[in-house]
Ligand binder design. Sequence first.
Ligand code: ASP
Length: 419
Amino acid sequence: MSLNTQILIAAILGVAFGFLLNLFPQTSFFNASLYGLGIISSVFIGLLKMLLIPLIFSSIVVGVANLQAGGQLSRTWKITLACCVTTTTLALILGLACAHIFEVGKGVDVVMFQDAMNQHQTPDTLTPASFFTNFIQNTLINPFKAFAEGNVLAVVVFALFIGAALVKGGEKFRSVRKLSQQFFDIMMLMIGWVMKLAPLGIFALLAKLISTEDISVLSRLAEFAAVVTGTTIFHGAVVLPALLWIFGKMNPITFFKGTRAALITAFATSSSSATMPLSMKCAQENLGVRPQTAGFVIPLGTQLNMDGTALYEAAAALFIANLMGLDLSLGQQLVVCATAMIASLGAPGIPSAGMVTMIMVLQSVGLPAEAIAILLPIDRLLDTVRTVVNVQGDMMISVVVDRHTKDLEQPALQHKMHV
Ligand code: ASP
């Protein structure tokens, strides 16, 4: 049985087992199972996180060096950026449009959330300006600190720098380039090993999620949850595949078949960073994206391209405004879009990161930050689907970019990086 199929079966069994556990709450069977599931999921996530930083670093260094040597860096960079901005903008428009069409939050009584909001600590004001300053301060730091703290963005920036320096140095740094390439190959080999654990890890993660989340709170926010989830799925199942078809000339079915392992892992982990090693492997091995493109685009996309998060934040801001009985003007909605775009750029790919940056979006149009207390109870569940779309977007962009840079490749460089 292929790994893809094993992962799919494991996901279904994990959800089923989670519901089964819910039938025996607080029993010793429940507690013992939860303990076992916790151990298995920690091992799986731990191994992915262990590989993440060295993988991001080596793949970007090698990607920049080889793209530059092949004369494709500038076009790759431009197309990646254009794709990120286009898909995120479409996601934002979709998020706002659906929130308007379904008028989410209108007619819901805000009083029933008053307790939660009162108990919520008001965070410090987070304006786009202060967010941006923080963003820079957290990015240009000592690389060893960045490695140790797992600061993905700072590692990306440092790797881009080193990649550029290696290119500039040319022959002088040939051995370092070779070393980086070999280090990257070792990382990919190790990821292959970790993937063997994926079915078990995904089973454990999903069973744990279903058995520990309070699904009943969903019903209070059912309409909002359904609209956001439905719209996110629409973006992932219709908008992105259409773009892939037009600009990447790839059949969406081929895409979904090839990326199933990464998409299910994104759903189970709610973390695009933890899923990144798998996204890279799926893009290279199943979609035929050249390693230098995947190695450059996917780590960047993991940090910067989050369609699901942007869509969610725009829709959620409108939901809160409706709950409060406020009508946001067109100008205010544009501010929401711009802030949600910055927020999705800056949000790290970890569970519920979008909730933190959501504060900034709310405050940008004067909505109370405490209102996130309303969204928090269902966030872990909604995070699953938006992370899938975040990860899908990264892999999709790698296909489009690869197609549009292939013609630049110099023959001598072909097959230089095989994993
Ligand atoms: N969990 C998301 C991700 O890792 C980020 C978010 O909270 O929206 O992509």
